[in-house]
Design a protein around this ligand. Structure first.
Ligand code: NAP
Ligand code: MG
Length: 408
């Protein structure tokens, strides 16, 4: 790109580098798309698995603490070590998932949004705008207690108040033969923080919020989720939402699924832990590729962490190490950066930074729409003689060329 005045980003961004194929793409995205256009201060934390090992994972905690100071972080995908990875990298320990560590420190909810392009059609025909899934990431079956019942007998729920007082009992089931039983829980603190994060994101993006549970059947458990969301709406958002023409829409989960198939999309769908787990995969699959899914952790304290939804693309990395050409898609990585930059621009009151993020996203989308794409997209794109599969680096170069035209 020719020399020109760079756009100044006032407040530093927290950058978390990662592993394997995504680490390579990370570097290319910075060098070819960001550094030529931006004058910014990056607080760099290297979360490469060896660095985490060397620092006894201190670096991950430091990165999360830095996000608390600067409000916005952008993260590359990282290896969550298992036994194979410990051997591969000679690690001291199978360190925990960095995402889990960061989430625990920032106390957030994860939102996933597909990136839509004109020449890749969602398999659900009416979908025109992205559907963001907000998944509650605490409790329910992910923190359940289960029992196999072998013989007839009674299973009860028993609550013993910590400060003394009357013990509460409910019969779950009087078994006359063998069976199974499960105990699940959630907390008001976690549900409230989930609700706040959902309203905050919907407000931030100026999109409607849907929430759905099965409170007709679960009259205490799911009904409580609904009540917490309604209270949060009434107390903190109703006026703002109404003034901005935004809707908070509660409906039963089965009704929501049925309606979903007939909507244009363009809203946030907040879901309980299991529902969000299952239905976010459905939305991703219906939109084409894992590499076209962005992810942001929104903390109720006003901190944001942006990343791609996919992992380190290990298989492609091994291919690269064997000297083979790769065609790995950097769209979600680019959108992690643009998401972070747009938010930074909004918080700093620097519309030129947000405008740069818009331009870069447009350049990336137009590149795919012109037929220049990576292998994963070629498989699902509308057939066209203009379609051409390019290498990992070739794809970023094509976006850089397109961006240069927009910046000129
Ligand atoms: P993955 O990296 O998401 O990749 C799974 C498969 O999806 C790839 O083999 C590839 O399919 C396709 N794919 C994903 N991203 C792609 C992209 N950008 N371009 C083209 N194709 C893409 O998951 P994984 O291989 O199971 O995990 C690898 C490592 O990532 C693991 O060590 C795991 O711990 C870590 N991980 C990290 C995060 C995170 O940091 N957020 C999330 C998930 C996993 P084909 O091989 O068929 O082309
Ligand atoms: Mg899932």
């Amino acid at each position: 790109m020719p020399e020109r005045k760079k756009i100044k980003v006032i407040t530093p961004l927290v950058e978390m580098d990662g592993d394997e194929m995504t680490r390579m793409m990370w570097q290319m995205v910075k060098e070819k798309l960001l550094f030529p256009c931006l004058d910014f201060d990056l607080k760099y934390y290297d979360l490469h698995v060896k660095k985490r090992d060397e620092t006894d994972d201190r670096i991950t905690i430091d990165a999360a603490e830095a996000i608390k100071r600067y409000s916005i972080g952008v993260k590359c995908a990282t290896i969550t070590p298992n036994a194979d990875r410990m051997r591969e990298y000679g690690l001291k320990k199978d360190w925990p998932s960095p995402n889990g560590t960061i989430r625990a420190i920032l106390d957030g909810t994860v939102f996933r949004t597909p990136i839509l392009v004109k020449n890749i059609h969602p398999t659900v025909l009416p979908w025109k705008k992205p559907i963001t899934v907000g998944r509650h990431a605490y409790g329910d079956i992910y923190a359940s207690v289960e029992m196999r019942i072998e013989q007839p007998g009674k299973v009860e729920l028993v609550y013993t108040p910590a400060g003394g007082g009357e013990t509460l009992r409910r019969t779950v089931h009087d078994f006359t033969g063998a069976g199974i039983v499960q105990g699940i829980h959630n907390t008001d603190a976690s549900i409230s923080s989930f609700a706040r994060a959902c309203f905050t994101l919907a407000w931030d993006r100026k999109i409607d919020l849907w929430f759905s549970v099965k409170d007709t059947i679960s009259k205490t458990y799911d009904a409580h989720f609904r009540a917490v969301f309604e209270r949060e709406y009434e107390q903190n958002w109703k006026e703002k939402f109404t003034a901005a023409g935004l809707t908070y829409f509660f409906t039963l989960i089965d009704d929501a699924v049925a309606r979903l198939m007939k909507t244009e999309g363009g809203f946030l769908w907040a879901l309980k832990n299991y529902d969000g787990d299952v239905l976010s995969d459905m939305v991703a699959a219906a939109c084409g590729s894992l590499a076209m899914m962005t992810s942001v952790l929104v903390s109720p304290h006003g901190w944001f962490e942006f990343e791609a939804a996919h992992g380190t693309v290990q298989r492609h990395y091994y291919r690269h190490l064997r000297g083979e050409e790769t065609s790995t898609n950097s769209m979600a990585i680019i959108f992690a950066w643009t998401g972070a930059l747009r938010k930074r621009g909004d918080l700093d009151g620097t519309p030129e930074v947000a405008a740069f993020a818009d331009r870069l996203e447009t350049a990336a989308i137009e590149t795919v729409e012109s037929g220049i794409m990576t292998g994963d997209l070629l498989l699902v794109a509308e057939k066209n003689p203009a379609n051409r599969k390019v290498s990992t680096e070739g794809f970023i170069d094509a976006i850089a060329a397109n961006l240069a035209l927009k910046m000129a």
